[in-house]
Design a protein around this ligand. Structure first.
Ligand code: DOR
Length: 422
């Protein structure tokens, strides 16, 4: 890897990076490649630890029309990710050892290190605890019923008690179903104007507040998925201020889009939690800088085109994210690249429990999971050219600045000059 600026949690320096047998073996200026060695050009680029996505819907098993582990992992690699956590709302759901093994097996042949989040409850039905210990024994580190929040406080308490004993993290999709019912967008001025049922901010904040209390009660680490409101950011900041083991993620779309986009009635802007108001976007952005928010995660949620062509209130919620996340944030946010990489690489790596292999540092002896980012490359998002099987990106037609040039997975180039190799 020649000619780039190496950036990791330790800072930045101009250096070439030598790789051998899956590992980083040298980081220094003016490395001599020697005969027969492949050289990847990193001129003008940032050489970073590969990104880590805590939240991707890869749709397999059962919804292969929308995505497969293979196509989702390819999309991830093109977006600079070397590790992704696959969400369990598949069909059947990932709620036991058999499906965990199946998805890990599919991931092993893919362009990304695919990890799995297990369901908290059997069938994600919110009624009975799933076999958390059996899944944890296979390396599952995050548990969530994502797509739904666990409504029953007593059951969530039990899950956290088990989680605490197992040394895993419970990840909550914070949504009080009774408050959210009938809603398809953020409850606010735009929902009134458009005549679409709204989901109040409180639907998210009430469950978050409950789970902060249960975290205090049980000591179990809790990760809050895709937070969308200013109130949520304030609750997380307060919990962290009390020293509780909570972490939080936000998505690129909640950082860059508002409920005003729904005025088009285009279901591509339908997502759960919904796009919120500008004041929420501003608060989440502040949370990235002040340490309230630990990670940016994509919530990559592919849906077949026919499903997204339904009327707004009938269409499924969700947006693509893996191939555009980094570029959207480089384009729209005014964050130093070191901070953005902390939020997209080494901090999520710690939450996912993959920091032994991902998230750097880029030093000799570490696994070579890297991405090379050209911060000046300008490109237009063309849905038809994405590697995802689906097309539901809210950024179609947007010109973005910043693009992944190469991605290296355990020493193997899986993306070279923006082209997938697997
Ligand atoms: O918009 C969303 N789509 N939010 C979720 O929580 C689930 C996801 C999906 O699976 O489509």
């Amino acid at each position: 890897m020649r000619g780039g600026t190496v950036v990791d949690a330790g800072g930045s320096r101009r250096a070439d990076v030598g790789l051998s047998q899956g590992d980083v073996v040298a980081v220094q200026a003016g490395l001599d490649a020697g005969p027969g060695v492949t050289v990847l050009d990193a001129g003008g680029c940032v050489v970073a630890p590969g990104l880590v996505d805590l939240h991707a819907h890869l749709r397999q098993p059962g919804m292969e029309e929308a995505e497969t582990v293979e196509s989702g992992a390819r999309a991830a690699a093109l977006g600079g990710y070397t590790a992704v956590v696959a969400m369990p709302n598949t069909d059947p759901p990932i709620d036991g050892a058999a499906v965990v093994r199946e998805v890990l097996g599919l991931g092993a042949k893919s362009a990304c290190d695919v990890r799995v989040a297990g369901a908290i409850t059997v069938g994600r039905k919110g009624e009975q605890l799933a076999p958390l210990a059996e899944m944890a024994a296979l390396g599952v580190r995050l548990f969530t019923d994502d797509g739904h929040g666990v409504q029953d406080g007593r059951l969530m308490r039990r899950a956290m008690e088990y989680g605490s004993a197992l040394g895993v993290v419970l990840a909550q999709h914070c949504e009080d179903a009774s408050l959210a019912s009938g809603g398809h967008m953020h409850e606010g001025e735009w929902s009134s104007l458009l005549g679409i049922g709204g989901v109040p901010a409180e639907a998210e904040e009430l469950m978050l507040a409950r789970d902060v209390a249960l975290c205090r009660l049980t000591g179990c680490p809790v990760h809050f998925l895709h937070l969308s409101t200013a109130g949520s950011a304030a609750l997380v900041a307060a919990a962290k201020g009390q020293g509780l083991p909570v972490t939080a993620e936000v998505t690129p779309h909640h950082l860059t889009l508002t409920d005003a986009a729904v005025a088009s009635y285009d279901p591509v802007y339908k997502v759960n939690p919904p796009l919120r108001a500008q004041a929420d976007v501003d608060a989440l952005r502040r949370g990235l800088s002040d340490g309230t928010i630990d990670a940016v995660a994509t919530d990559h949620a592919p849906h077949p085109q026919e499903a997204k062509e339904a009327p707004f209130d009938e269409a499924p919620p969700g947006m693509l994210g893996l191939e555009t996340a980094l570029a959207v944030l480089l384009t729209d946010l005014d964050l130093p690249v070191e901070r953005l990489l902390a939020l997209m690489s080494w901090q999520p790596a710690r939450i996912a429990g993959v920091s032994g292999a991902h998230g750097g540092p880029i030093v000799p002896g570490r696994p070579a999971n890297l991405c090379v980012i050209d911060p000046a490359a300008s490109w237009v998002v063309e849905p038809g050219r994405l590697a995802s099987r689906s097309r539901n990106t809210p950024f179609a037609g947007r010109r973005l600045t910043g693009r992944v040039r190469h991605t290296v997975l355990f020493g193997e180039p899986v993306v070279v000059d923006g082209q997938a190799q697997r």
